[in-house]
Write a protein that binds this ligand. Structure first.
Ligand code: ATP
Length: 237
């Protein structure tokens, strides 16, 4: 069975008299260890899809199953706990807390889990090492470059070893050189840690580096091009 199963999912919004349908009986299956990119014109519903998979929003109809758990009918409280364990979220603007150091920002999601301090420290140091920022652990966001801030955002997303990392325009705020460094980092984490990624992007080159490319068009998810082996972690089943 797939790691993520989007089963006949629809999502409607009402804007005044207008009914908006970002997802219309959409179908998608993602396997463990895949790196999937998601393109689509502005306003087609990419963020909506990521938010549904992350349990931040709920579908109007259909089912979302993540790692054998149907999250569609979960209560808000259960969903919050589930999200803390299973979802890493990378934002366009990294959303770091300015009064916390890089270390403390990365530690934050672990405080929601039953975990002692020593284990938290071990995980934060591993995540800092993974994004090559161990020497910036005690810096505040304002003391970091844009690319470093995004690397802290990525470390915060992977620190819980989540089932899936959703990334919404992770390079949208960065210059092209820093963008390609961030994309290299995401790809390395996918290969080395086996992390499953779903990344929404407007950047054709960023999308192309994923092993599997999707496009969201009129409420449906369409496969673009061939699926390559790069999208599959060698140890993934
Ligand atoms: N909470 C909401 N209430 C009403 N309409 C919404 C809500 N959230 C999103 N929408 C609408 O749903 C559509 C899809 O929005 P979404 O942000 O998912 O698109 P997107 O593809 O991520 O866009 P972009 O590439 O510009 O970030 C848009 O028309 C948006 O205005």
């Amino acid at each position: 069975m797939s790691l993520i199963d989007i089963n006949q999912v629809s999502k409607f919004f009402h804007k005044g008299d207008e009914k908006i349908t970002p997802l219309d009986n959409a179908e998608l299956q993602i396997d463990r260890g895949e790196f999937v990119s998601l393109m689509g014109a502005s306003g087609t519903g990419k963020s909506t899809l990521l938010n549904l998979i992350a349990g931040i929003d709920r579908p109007t109809s259909g089912h979302i199953i993540v790692d054998n758990v149907d999250i569609t009918g979960m209560s808000r409280t259960k969903l919050a706990t589930w999200r803390a364990r299973n979802i890493g979220y990378v934002f366009q603007t990294h959303n770091l807390i300015p009064v916390l150091t890089a270390y403390e920002n990365i530690e934050l999601p672990l405080l929601l889990l039953p975990m002692n301090r020593a284990e938290r420290q071990r995980r934060v140091e591993l995540a800092l090492t993974a994004v090559d920022l161990l020497n910036r652990a005690n810096h505040y966001p304002r003391q970091l470059s844009g690319g470093q801030e995004q690397r802290v955002g990525i470390a915060r997303a992977i620190v819980t070893d989540p089932t899936v990392v959703v990334a919404d325009e992770p390079t949208g705020d960065l210059d092209s050189e820093t963008s390609s460094q961030i994309l290299d980092l995401l790809q390395r984490l996918n290969v080395e840690l086996g992390t499953t990624f779903l990344m929404a992007t407007h950047d054709v080159e960023a999308a192309a580096m994923a092993g599997r490319q999707l496009k969201l068009d009129r409420g449906k998810l369409i496969e673009v091009g061939e699926r390559t082996l790069v999208s599959m972690h060698p140890e993934a089943s």
